[in-house]
Design a protein around this ligand. Structure first.
Ligand SMILES: Cc1cc2nc3c(=O)[nH]c(=O)nc-3n(C[C@H](O)[C@H](O)[C@H](O)COP(=O)(O)OP(=O)(O)OC[C@H]3O[C@@H](n4cnc5c(N)ncnc54)[C@H](O)[C@@H]3O)c2cc1C
Length: 425
């Protein structure tokens, strides 16, 4: 491998950004292809909850989750929505999604794989952010799970046992300790779990953009274009094709999040990927709020103090990637927020709220696709991180650089094989 190897990274979300960072570290020449402003609203990386949750090792579904689906779908404040006209198309993915978490043996296998990807991620992000001049965006105060009662926490015991097996430690807080830590929180929440090894990002979009700017300062080229395919000759990659022409290169990385399926197919792999749409609402200049980013198991929302306001994020909406947003989902989040922090005004004026919809790139088993393409070993898959793309991007970038340099990856990539869906897509 010589220093002139040229890698084209397609997509400048957080996965493309960390991949660019690490490919430059590895001495590769880097070109990024992105049709929009990096880290802007089109990217899931813009509006996520900012959790650097190295303990998020469980797949989103749990055994028996299907039993709750009818209730969630009919609850006006529920966490799940399906656009019924899209339902038949999404059904195979949905079935596999529930099957992947149908028993705890499967879930433990997923947890081992995810832990190998996520362990140490907050520190890796801290290091990259500091090098990119935005160290202040990463905070290491841990993450909090708030429960209505200790009994509710105990209903989640299996999940926490799996985390314990993966070496994850936490601190349990009784009502008094929780109220002391989070004085503005609704007092109906009487039990907390604080996970100290984790962290959060106070502006994920700005962090993504800063990593790209940093990569440019180190010599990476950013081309404003949409990738459309590959020119492959005798099994070797010649160029990435875009709507503004071809970019000759030695290697390419598919990192376009929820839109990766078609490029993956052109690289020889049929992958199971859906956009699991989510929403956020941000209250500007909030009167009160959490000190530590908090997840509420009963409401399935996360509240995070951000650089520019208080963000509440969540919701899973299964719909066609480009269907119009259903802004009632963001309104649901706002309602949760004012219920959680009762000192927030119930009638917040609309000019103090911003809302957003984004697309989680989700595989049915909750594991990303990271590995070489079947159709051409010069093409690298790096997408499908679902609910953990921000935290998971740190090690993913390193793995991409290792694959692009022909170096043995630092963890086993077998669980993340892009070919694992071949038999059933
Ligand atoms: C509501 C919500 C909350 C979340 N909370 C968290 C959290 O707290 N912690 C966490 O770890 N994860 C979280 N996630 C998940 C996380 O945001 C995603 O997994 C992650 O951002 C995916 O990053 P990406 O780079 O793969 O995709 P994206 O960020 O979507 O970036 C893909 C980029 O590719 C570009 N692109 C698309 N097509 C092309 C093309 N043909 N050619 C070139 N470029 C193209 C797009 O313009 C875009 O900029 C959350 C997601 C949502 C929706």
């Amino acid at each position: 491998m010589h220093s002139q190897e040229h890698v084209v990274i397609i997509g400048a979300g957080i996965i493309g950004a960390t991949s660019a960072y690490q490919c430059l570290e590895a001495g590769l020449r880097v070109t990024l292809v992105e049709p929009e402003q990096p880290g802007d609203e089109q990217a899931a990386s813009f509006g996520n909850a900012g959790w650097l949750s190295s303990h998020s090792v469980l797949p989103p579904a749990t055994p028996g989750a299907w039993k709750h689906v009818p209730k969630w779908l009919t609850d006006p404040l529920g966490p799940l929505a399906i656009r019924w006209k899209y339902f038949p198309k999404a059904l195979p993915w949905l079935t596999r999604y529930l099957q992947a978490a149908s028993n705890y043996t499967k879930i433990e296998r997923t947890a081992v794989a995810l832990r190998s990807l996520l362990a140490g991620a907050p520190g890796l992000h801290q290091e990259m952010a500091e090098k990119a001049g935005v160290g202040h965006l990463i905070v290491r105060t841990g993450l909090l799970h708030a429960y209505l009662s200790k009994e509710h926490f105990e209903q989640d015991a299996k999940a926490w046992d799996i985390r314990r097996k993966e070496g994850i430690l936490w601190k349990e807080l009784d009502a008094a300790a929780l109220a002391e830590l989070e004085p503005d929180l609704d007092r109906r929440y009487t039990f907390g779990v604080l996970v100290p090894e984790t962290g959060s990002c106070r502006n994920p979009g700005a962090y993504t953009a800063a990593l790209i700017t940093h990569a440019q300062a180190r010599g990476a080229q950013l081309i404003c274009a949409r990738a459309t395919g590959f020119r492959i000759e005798q099994g070797a990659l010649q160029a990435v094709m875009t709507d503004v022409g071809e970019i000759p290169c030695d290697k390419a990385v598919i990192a376009i999040g929820a839109r990766s399926k078609e490029l993956a197919r052109l690289a020889g792999d049929k992958v199971s990927l859906e956009s699991e749409r989510g929403y956020h609402a941000v209250v500007l200049a909030p009167e009160v709020g959490p000190r530590i980013p908090t997840m509420f198991a009963d409401r399935k929302v996360i509240t995070t103090p951000m650089e520019h306001g208080l963000r509440v994020a969540g919701q899973v909406e299964i719909a066609q990637t480009d269907d119009t947003p259903d802004w009632r989902r963001a309104e649901i989040l706002r309602k949760h927020l004012v219920a959680l922090y009762p000192k927030l005004p119930a009638d917040l004026p609309t000019d103090r709220i911003t809302i957003w919809m984004g697309r989680r790139p989700s595989t049915p088993d909750g594991l990303p696709c990271i590995g070489l393409a079947s159709g051409c070993g010069d093409i690298i898959h790096a997408y499908g991180h679902g609910h953990v793309g921000l935290v998971g991007s740190a090690r993913t970038g390193r793995l991409v650089a290792q694959l692009a340099s022909g170096v043995q990856p630092e963890i086993s990539l077998a669980p993340f094989s892009p070919q694992r869906f071949q038999s059933h897509v």
